[in-house]
Design a protein around this ligand. Structure first.
Ligand SMILES: Cc1cc2nc3c(=O)[nH]c(=O)nc-3n(C[C@H](O)[C@H](O)[C@H](O)COP(=O)(O)O)c2cc1C
Length: 184
């Protein structure tokens, strides 16, 4: 059971990246949590480039999504939407089709009290159009500056909520594997 983590923030002190780091810590075998290292290295989506010379890094990302049983997408909120970095990555994933039917969970951490609700709504809409199976459970972390230390979640209710989200995603991934006849 492999879950892939994708983060839409490039900031070194990113709270969203810290959610993924914490998810890695919370995951125990036989589950595996793999974080895609840096969506910022993807070139801007260009349909001509996609049609003529798919960049290796895009092929790698598509393969990583294809090899995952589920995906946890964490997004920052910028100007009431998601980041250009994450939207760009999703645009590259459209053509590959690997995300179609894949269970996906969404999380957002924001310094604001709204917790990144608008960003998650944007990402959910985009992923739904891409035929991803966005699970109903999600994680919002408002007032993030109070809930992290040293790159990890320290707030107990947020930790519990993340554990529950990871369990829900794993359950959805197991169900999807059963439907597809894949042993998880
Ligand atoms: C340019 C910019 C725009 C932002 N716009 C919003 C916003 O619309 N809503 C919100 O909740 N937070 C907004 N924020 C705050 C970010 O959500 C906050 O900085 C968050 O910590 C970013 O995620 P990260 O910690 O993973 O980098 C904005 C921050 C920046 C730098």
């Amino acid at each position: 059971m492999r879950i892939l983590g994708l983060c839409g923030s490039l900031r070194s002190g990113s709270f969203n990246a810290s959610v993924l780091r914490t998810a890695t810590d919370l995951t125990v075998a036989p589950r595996e949590f793999v974080v895609w290292p840096d969506l910022g290295r993807l070139p801007f989506f260009d349909a001509d480039v996609e049609a003529t010379a798919l960049p290796g890094i895009v092929a790698d990302l598509r393969a990583a999504v294809g090899a995952a049983d589920g995906v946890l997408v964490v997004t920052p909120e910028y100007a009431h939407g998601t980041s250009g970095v994450l939207k760009n990555a999703l645009e590259w994933m459209v053509g590959g089709g690997e995300i179609a039917g894949k269970p996906v969970a969404l999380a957002s951490a924001s310094t604001a009290i709204t917790g990144g609700d608008s960003a998650r709504a944007w990402v959910s809409q985009t992923l739904t159009v891409m035929s991803a199976r966005v699970i109903p459970q999600d994680l919002r972390v408002p007032q993030a500056a109070r809930k992290f230390a040293d790159g990890r979640i320290t707030d107990e209710p947020t930790l519990t909520a993340l554990r529950e989200l990871l369990d829900a995603l794993a359950e959805a991934a197991a169900e999807a594997n059963e439907t597809n006849g894949t042993f998880a």
